[in-house]
Design a binder for this molecule. Structure first.
Ligand code: CA
Length: 613
């Protein structure tokens, strides 16, 4: 008899394991009480989980809605947390006799979480591609079971082993350079077969890629960054995910992705977002087409997708203590969704900054995406900060061309005159290059042209907007996009154990690298806490014999920049600039000299002067 009881017991156990409720994913894995938006979507993923009945144990958490999608492997819960206190409650799943209890935590938010300061024109961002900056932990270079399971530093498109520990190790270097914020290219998991070292093919929105570290490592990095006076900006992507994401491999419903029947390439023609004459088919192809085949296009018009994406951003803001988000391919996503997202974030965190990647070659396109744009009215993107790509293009030309009609520094004068299109020019991200473009120095010849570089950095760091520097620019790293994107993201020398040169230290840099580094460091240190640059108005003068002069002014203080946009020496009469020049002494920031305001100025070829009054 005992034998039969045992057999029966084993049978029950077997049945249990065969039919037990399997939960593969709970997203988000935890949340916070007293968030601004009191609704919480919880996505449960597991074999036939939709067959389960569902209940929750808390009395102050209300189950508003349970959603079963076409795919029975998903169950969505919408909770009302209006009355909920921080606690752990149970989510109870019941299927026939099977029962599963999931402990779900609502954490207490950090004090003053919603009042965090975003980044603004008082800041300078330092952009880092985490795989390529420094390898602080060689033990995570290759993770068993991940699809791309090797590093090869000789291959520009392979993983190189850089990680969050590496960045943390060199925070003192970044702080010492004088920037005030770091922006990291995406750090979330990209478990793709190859070529995802850049991070833009996310396969888990809630998890740091293990080759870069853990979620805890990221939180430790942000804590250390804050202690060093550095804000942290996280890169996010709502337009698409990686094709190995479980949401794509096992789609919840046929309308979770755009073009669900299969890959249709986007035209990249995002001018259709504002073009009054755009055809519907052009719009659809641009916005719903996939960025590339391994990056399928998410349908943000599906309310469940929309909520899912918004919550990933709220989760990281709270979890990691972010000051900003850089949103990838911003104009490729649904306008109304992106607008609602920006609005929700700024209602929850009034000073938080989102910058959208608004890659247009003209200021009409960029300005259309800025919050309160007159061009977009009555639509409003609610996106505070946009990227000034057109200015990047002009800066690469302005400081090497002769300042002829429409050329050289005249390009800058003419472009800035069109700032009338921008709702807020101070909230433009300005940069000489980033991970997707040629570096400002394309080749060895550019790297030898110190005059061009000095003019460019003085301009960048005194112009309206929020400057961003790309890692390695401070030591004159050069790269040309025509040689492939992999080389735009070369390893920072010294970031890997055994590197021949350690450019993190003056002794590991060439004289030219030290010259560039010192010049930039001096400017950055001067710019830090400089309210004239952060908040000041701008007055400029049409170029005079190729010399371009402008002033920033604030609270009776002023900064004047004089740029000789020609390869000739010049004598500049200062009489025409009386409205901005003040009598008395001039503080020359680049030479550290103080001298009386001259009547005439002798300028060398490509001379740049930075005066403070
Ligand atoms: Ca590593």
């Amino acid at each position: 008899m005992k034998k039969y009881i045992l057999l029966f017991f084993l049978f029950v156990c077997f049945q249990d394991s065969l039919f037990s409720i399997d939960v593969k994913k709970i997203e988000p894995a935890f949340w916070w009480a007293e968030m601004n938006n009191t609704e919480l979507q919880i996505l449960l993923y597991g074999d036939r989980i939709a067959d389960c009945m569902l209940d929750i144990s808390a009395t102050d958490v209300r189950l508003k809605e349970t959603v079963r999608l076409h795919n029975p492997n998903y169950l969505l819960l919408y909770l009302d947390l209006t009355e909920a206190k921080a606690q752990t409650f149970d989510i109870i799943l019941q299927r026939g006799k099977e029962r599963k209890t999931i402990a779900y935590e609502l954490k207490q938010r950090e004090a003053r979480s919603s009042l965090r300061e975003g980044f603004n024109a008082s800041d300078v961002l330092y952009l880092i591609m985490p795989d390529r900056f420094a390898n602080g932990d060689v033990s995570n270079d290759v993770i068993a079971g991940m699809k791309e399971n090797q590093v090869n530093r000789a291959d520009p498109f392979a993983r190189h082993g850089g990680d969050l520990k590496g960045i943390q190790e060199y925070l003192h270097y970044i702080k010492d350079l004088g920037v005030t914020a770091i922006w990291l290219n995406p750090i979330q998991e990209n478990d793709m077969p190859a070529g995802s070292y850049h991070g833009y093919a996310i396969t888990d929105y809630y998890k740091v890629d293990r080759r870069l570290g853990t979620n805890e490592d990221f939180r430790e990095l942000t804590t250390h960054a804050h202690k060093n006076g550095l804000k942290v900006v996280m890169d996010m992507i709502f337009n698409h995910c990686g094709s190995e994401h479980f949401l794509f491999r096992d789609k919840p419903s046929s309308d979770w992705f755009n073009f669900p029947q299969g890959y249709v390439q986007t035209s990249y023609n995002t001018t259709t977002q504002y073009d009054p004459y755009a055809s519907d088919s052009d719009k659809k192809k641009a916005l719903d087409g996939w960025f590339v085949e391994p990056m399928p296009d998410l349908n943000q018009r599906n309310r469940h997708v929309a909520r899912y994406l918004v919550q990933t951003s709220l989760w990281w803001i709270e979890y990691a203590g972010l000051q900003g988000i850089r949103q990838d391919t911003h104009p490729y996503a649904d306008f109304d969704f992106m607008s609602a997202w920006c609005k929700e974030i700024n209602e929850a965190y009034p000073d938080f900054t989102i910058v959208g990647e608004t890659w247009y070659t003209n200021n009409v396109g960029v300005s259309y995406w800025q919050k309160d744009s007159k061009l977009a009215a009555p639509r409003n993107s609610n996106l505070r900060c946009v990227m000034d790509f057109p200015l990047m293009d002009l800066m690469t030309k302005a400081f090497e061309e002769e300042a002829d009609y429409g050329k050289g520094v005249n390009r800058l004068y003419e472009y800035l005159g069109q700032d009338v299109v921008y709702a807020n020019p101070l909230e433009l991200l300005i940069f000489l290059g980033n991970h997707d473009t040629s570096r400002f120095l394309k080749n060895e010849k550019d790297a030898a042209n110190m005059d061009r570089l000095r003019q460019a950095y003085v301009f960048l760091l005194t112009m309206r907007g929020i400057p961003q520097i790309y890692y390695g620019d401070e030591i004159g790293m050069y790269a040309d996009k025509k040689d492939g994107d992999g080389l735009l993201r070369a390893d920072f020398p010294g970031g890997w154990p055994g590197d021949a040169f350690n450019a993190f230290l003056p002794s590991g840099r060439t004289d030219r690298q030290n010259e560039i580094h010192s010049f930039l460091k001096k400017l950055l240190s001067w710019r830090k806490n400089n309210d004239v640059i952060a908040e000041g108005g701008l007055t400029h003068f049409a170029s005079n014999n190729g010399v371009y002069v402008y002033e920033r002014t604030y609270n009776n203080k002023s900064v004047v920049v004089i740029l000789n946009g020609t390869d000739k020496g010049q004598t500049l009469d200062l009489m025409p600039y009386q409205e901005i020049l003040r009598q008395g002494t001039v503080k020359d920031i680049l030479s550290d000299e103080i001298y009386p305001l001259p009547e005439k100025l002798i300028l060398n070829p490509r001379h740049v002067l930075l005066w403070e009054f």
